[in-house]
Design a protein around this ligand. Sequence first.
Ligand code: PEP
Ligand code: MN
Length: 413
Amino acid sequence: MCREARAPRYRVKDRVNLLFMEIDSKLGWYHGSSSLAAGGLFAFTKSHLKKEWKVMSNVELDGLRGRLDQINDQLLALISERAQIVQQIGVVKEKQGVPKFDPEREKQMLERLVDANKGPFTSATIRSLFKQIFQASLDLQSDEHKKALLVSRKSHKEDTVIVLPGDVTVGGLSSLMVAGPCSVESELQTRTVAAALQKAGVRVMRGGAFKPRTSPYDFQGLGMDGLRILREAANEYGLLTISEIVDPGHIEPAIEYVDIIQIGARNMHNFELLKAVGEVNKPVLLKRGLAATLEEFLHAAEYIMSRGNTQVMLIERGIRTYEKWTRNTLDISAVPILKQESHLPVLVDVTHSTGRKDILVPCAKAALAAGADGIMVEVHPDPATALSDAAQQLNIDEFNTFFNDVKASGLYR
Ligand code: PEP
Ligand code: MN
């Protein structure tokens, strides 16, 4: 480009100088004459030629630009045609049950292009340009795949609103507060929390009966007895229940005790469990895995939906990072991304994501501001004596202050 622009300038200069010499000799003026008339004529001639050249070079530039536009159009038509062929290949491969990405074939295509390359681009540039074209065609196929997912907003534009017994809704106009102990420990403990939640206006009580603990020697939960205690306390205080199920064999017996089945973070990748809860008619709260990407999270939800159960709620509960000042890292960006990608309700568990009581209010507010449909928080009558997560559960007064602060923010609908 620079070279092209500089060359004509030298040519103009040469042409002007030649012309001056010709005029000089024709008029018989002494070369270098400083007469005013000669100066005027030179100046006129110079500017006239410059204008003439400018018009000529603009015409040339327009011509070159026009050619570039044409080439761009041709390239666009070609890469679009190429993408269509790749899609056709994808359909054939799908029928054959073979993967769409074939690294060997891609290598061959790149080598063929590099061999055919006569410049001016280097082989590395050719490789990187075509690699991008190949990747874009592959991405197109995964976008289409995404389009077909049941969890995707592309297949279901409206927000899914889950209607629970007692007309409690999740994902609709009002926010949902889910609160309760980490583990169901006793009738008294559970009833005390239930009474406090009812007083505070909470409609859904959580409580773990099957506890997936890091150590096998830690409290494992009361099992079916725990579910019974939770149900009875909830019935007494007009609450709905949510509890984690870890074994496909427990789903059937648990159904009469829980209004929402929770799938915990450690089981987000337990595909047999996901398939099993996909086969029952009961809302499911799916927790994001400890180190799951959002794509994996949505695919886990897809496992449930693909089996027929469309009542799925997603809950961000923090992911593992190198940060030590929180138990996990609350990924707030997950909320708007999940809401954008999926039509399912999205909640945020502020307790397990942060593991610290002093930042629950701002984190809950941030979650709601980011578009969360609900919040989960752990509450225990006496957290110090709790059999699990003693350090992070709120006592009843702390919960009331927390809930009032969240409501006062105006973000809780
Ligand atoms: C829980 O909610 O009781 C729990 C164990 O959380 P998570 O699965 O997110 O660790
Ligand atoms: Mn807990």
